[in-house]
Ligand binder design. Structure first.
Ligand code: ZN
Length: 501
């Protein structure tokens, strides 16, 4: 088969699958924002139908033949063309879809749906024993999946690769031990130096004013409301529907200015990335964001490095008081204290920027031990509590606020948590590089100028699609392999350098 013909044919098929995927995204957005509750059953039917149609296209044996023909032309690992990247990712998707037997895929989907319901009950009743059988089943199924997919060193590698192409346990072991050593003392010192946790951001405020301020920040940092919209959902998310349509949601509660604001900035960061992907490659890996960690780096960069910076608040402090007059009299300094407060606790999703990665580290170590067979499902609560005590100072008061707090394991998401920390590390390394490129960055932020940073991210990251794996792109842009140094430096600078103590 002529490779040029095979490439065109393959691209046409994959774009068709991508169009179906974008329709599924739209249905999903609708379900999470405005769909009436009674529509749930039929929506599940629609989603199942689309998933089947997509799978049929991606796993079609004819795709395997086309790939064989295309790979003859694009097999050179040094080939950096979009065609080579597309071929590599199409092969990966085809292998994933075709190597795992359909019965196993169905079993995982069913166990995930059932497991989520059992998990919710078990958490409500603070009863690990109730959830343990579901967890045993899921771990067994995911181990079978890993075996079907093949892996470099250990089964867990196959699960990591699902969320982050190219990621392995060994690569994580190059950064996590450093975080385990150096983070806990930073968190402790930051707490000691902290002058308490100012509650200005916990005040009861009118929801529509919180919304107005959230919209103002999203717009100011570059979100285009002509090509997107902000809605409300239980869990904030961003959703790429297609070119010209990338949506975000947030959650607004009367005492939740901080969570609404930072969720909005976080999702805006994701959306800016999606909106900056090269449209000429839409529906191909070269036009997609396939690295979960890289995606997270974009949200974290805007949320933590920009949104908690002094320059950002110099600009937004007067606008905040103008938009929400209830906050009259709140000083810039107390705002900066409030948005940067360190409050280590037991719950990952409530953790501050400094202690957050300790929560991820804990999950990574336990997942690795589980899939190595070093710890059993029954022993997880004990292992969880002991490691929490070592990393965060105290064990959780109960399993509901400990080993049962996250939904992910019930759905079979093993290997997903580490991408959160990688995203934080990527963000810090990128931001450090940007600061070298723009030494007057803080000054520009305080004038309300964020466009230079967005343009830089568009050039270096967004426009690259999935041409490079996450870690490779970070290394190309920052000039050195991804590590924990920039992140730890950022924290030391902020918390121990005197700015917030
Ligand atoms: Zn995110």
């Amino acid at each position: 088969m002529d490779h040029a013909y095979a490439y065109r044919e393959l691209r046409a098929r994959m774009r068709e699958a991508a169009r179906l995927g974008s329709i599924r995204n739209l249905l999903d957005w609708d379900m999470q924002t405005v769909m009436p509750a009674a529509g749930q059953g039929f929506r599940a039917e629609q989603a199942g139908f689309l998933a089947g149609e997509i799978h049929r296209r991606v796993a079609d044996p004819a795709v395997g033949e086309l790939l064989d023909a295309v790979e003859e032309a694009y097999s050179d690992p040094g080939d950096l063309s979009p065609q080579a990247a597309n071929t590599r990712h199409w092969r990966r998707a085809f292998d994933r879809a075709s190597r795992v037997p359909e019965e196993l895929q169905t079993a995982i989907a069913k166990a995930g749906a059932a497991g989520q319901a059992v998990w919710a009950r078990a958490r409500g009743q603070n009863d690990w024993g109730l959830f343990a059988p579901s967890m045993e089943e899921m771990v067994g199924l995911k181990r079978q999946e890993a075996d079907a997919l093949d892996y470099a060193d250990e089964p867990y590698d196959a699960l990591l690769d699902e969320f982050e192409p190219g990621l392995t346990t060994r690569k994580l072991e190059a950064v996590f031990p450093q975080l385990a050593r150096e983070l806990p003392p930073i968190v402790r010192q930051a707490l000691e130096l902290s002058t308490g946790t100012p509650a200005v951001l916990d005040r009861i405020l009118p929801a529509e004013r919180i919304e107005a301020f959230a919209v103002l920040t999203a717009r100011t940092i570059g979100y285009d409301f002509q090509a997107g919209r902000l809605d409300f959902s239980a869990h904030p998310f961003s959703m790429e529907i297609g070119p010209g349509d990338v949506r975000i949601t947030t959650r607004i509660e009367p005492d939740g200015l901080s969570s609404a604001l930072f969720a909005t900035i976080h999702e805006t960061g994701h959306a800016l990335y999606s909106a900056g992907l090269p449209t000429e490659h839409w529906g191909e890996p070269a036009g997609q964001a396939l690295s979960t960690a890289l995606h997270e780096s974009q949200s974290r960069l805007w949320e933590n490095h920009v949104g908690r910076s002094t320059g950002f608040w110099r600009h937004f402090h007067p606008l905040l008081l103008e938009t929400i007059p209830e906050l009259a009299g709140v000083s810039l300094q107390s705002l900066l204290h409030a948005v940067n407060a360190v409050r280590p606790g037991f719950i990952r999703v409530e953790a501050d920027e400094a202690s957050y990665n300790l929560h991820v580290l804990l999950r990574f170590e336990l997942e690795r031990a589980l899939f190595r067979g070093e710890v059993g499902v029954r022993d997880l609560p004990g292992a969880w509590n002991e490691r929490t005590r070592q990393l965060l100072g105290n064990p959780p008061p109960d399993d509901a606020r400990g080993v049962l707090q996250d939904v992910h394991w019930s759905m079979g998401y093993f290997g997903y948590f580490p991408t959160y920390t990688l995203g934080n590390l990527y963000a810090a390394q990128l931001f450090e590089t940007a600061r070298t490129a723009f030494p007057d960055m803080e000054e520009r932020f305080s004038r309300g100028d964020f466009s230079f940073l967005l343009s830089w991210l568009r050039d270096t990251i967004h426009s690259q699609g999935a041409r490079f794996d996450g870690a490779d792109l970070i290394e190309r842009v920052t000039g050195r392999p991804c590590g924990a140094d920039s992140f730890l430096e950022h924290l030391r600078d902020k918390y121990l350098g005197g700015s917030f103590s």
